[in-house]
Design a protein around this ligand. Structure first.
Ligand code: MG
Length: 382
């Protein structure tokens, strides 16, 4: 049995992951769980999966729940320090990092050790610290396996191939809810509209990122680190049906694609069992009811965040960390109705232009740039 730790078990990826684990009796044992806000759901998960310990990020109801966790024999850690504590545990074969945002970087680095697998849903880990994370994983002999559906698709297409023969990859993007909007329409977009994704059911942050196409931009950077690809070798294609999850073109002109219904349990299970496949009763793709598969060029001017992501990747160093931090703050401000939808790319662009990022020889430098960028954005807006 593989011993599993899930950081962010009460979110969309976390609950889907537990769903997969529950459906594969005898394959996995849950040793650690951590939440962000939903303490009641974390308790229910702990009752069902009986981990050794949980880490509770949110603090105000801990006192009320402590005796209940104690009664079922589950140790409790608290705060971000608690999540870091869990990420350092050694009785874990697979650490699922389903945290949202830059906070996911340090736990990933903590968890990297010989023979461990990091099943990575937290793309910020690679966007910010890709160089350090991949380097440490190589040195220690740890695996970084993506959960993100596009990168899972790439991994499945590349399996068994010579990586030297990859000509380019195509990351597919649904285009989000505003694919057919004009730039002028963006100033009227409401939070509710932006949270209404046509194909995928995800957390709020990634849903807004999908609406601005920042999510795809972050995925370009993620693909760069995971598969050692140059920016020009990573193409984005709008594919509104979200059936093809990504494609790889090889030197001989052959293209492999991975297809399936948009259900995150498929890439989650693959990340847990790779390179094996286990049977599952997930919904199946029915070709006969598929009306069409269409493809479009992304509009880099309308969706500036995608363009800015390529720029940050080309610039390198701390630029992706600045891009990500500015976006995290901007998305949060949009969700709390303090700025308009059209301001998200403007804020990111301003941060990339005005924040200096010269030295970044260590992870601490990146975390420092992350903090400086957040301060810069909030100061600018005040
Ligand atoms: Mg994705």
């Amino acid at each position: 049995m593989k011993r599993i730790s899930i950081l962010g078990s009460t979110g969309s990826i976390g609950t889907n992951c537990l769903n997969v684990i529950e459906s594969q009796q005898g394959e996995f044992q849950v040793n650690y769980l951590t939440n962000y806000k939903n303490i009641q759901l974390l308790f229910e998960q702990a009752e069902k999966f009986r981990p050794n310990a949980v880490a509770i990020f949110e603090n105000d109801k801990v006192a009320e729940y402590l005796p209940r966790f104690k009664k079922i024999g589950v140790e409790v850690y608290t705060g971000f320090e608690g999540i870091l504590e869990v990420s350092r545990k050694e009785d874990v074969d697979i650490l699922v990092n389903a945290l949202v945002g830059a906070v996911g970087l340090q736990p990933t680095l903590n968890a990297i050790r010989k023979n461990v697998r990091i099943a990575l849903a937290n793309k910020e880990t690679l966007v910010i610290g890709g160089r350090f994370v991949m380097e440490k994983a190589r040195q220690e002999g740890a695996e970084i396996i993506p959960i993100d559906s596009e990168h899972s698709a790439l991994l499945q297409c590349i399996a068994g191939e010579d990586s030297e023969k990859i000509k380019c990859v195509y990351l597919t993007a649904s285009g989000g809810p505003f694919r057919e909007f004009s730039s002028d329409d963006f100033s009227n977009v409401t939070v509710e509209q932006a949270l209404n994704h046509p194909n995928w059911d995800m957390g709020q942050k990634v849903t807004i990122d999908s609406a601005t196409l920042m999510n795809k931009g972050l995925e370009v950077i993620e693909a760069h680190w995971l598969f050692n690809l140059k920016p020009a070798e990573i193409q984005v294609v709008i594919h509104p049906q979200s059936i093809i999850h990504s494609m790889v073109e090889f030197a001989d002109g052959s293209i492999k694609a991975q297809l399936g219904v948009p259900d995150m349990r498929i890439p989650i299970q693959y990340a847990l069992t790779y390179p094996k496949r286990l049977s599952a009763d997930f919904p199946r793709l029915d070709f006969l009811t598929l009306k069409e598969l269409t493809f479009e060029q992304p509009d880099f001017e309308k969706f500036r965040c995608l363009k800015l992501s390529y720029q940050a990747l080309e610039t390198g160093g701390a630029a992706p960390a600045v891009l990500n931090a500015a976006n995290e703050v901007a998305v949060n401000l949009f969700l709390t109705r303090k700025i308009g939808f059209e301001e998200i790319p403007q804020i990111v662009e301003k941060a990339l232009t005005n924040c200096k990022f010269n030295n970044c020889d260590k992870v601490e430098d990146l975390l420092q740039y992350d903090k400086l960028t957040r301060d810069y954005v909030l100061n600018e807006l005040n």
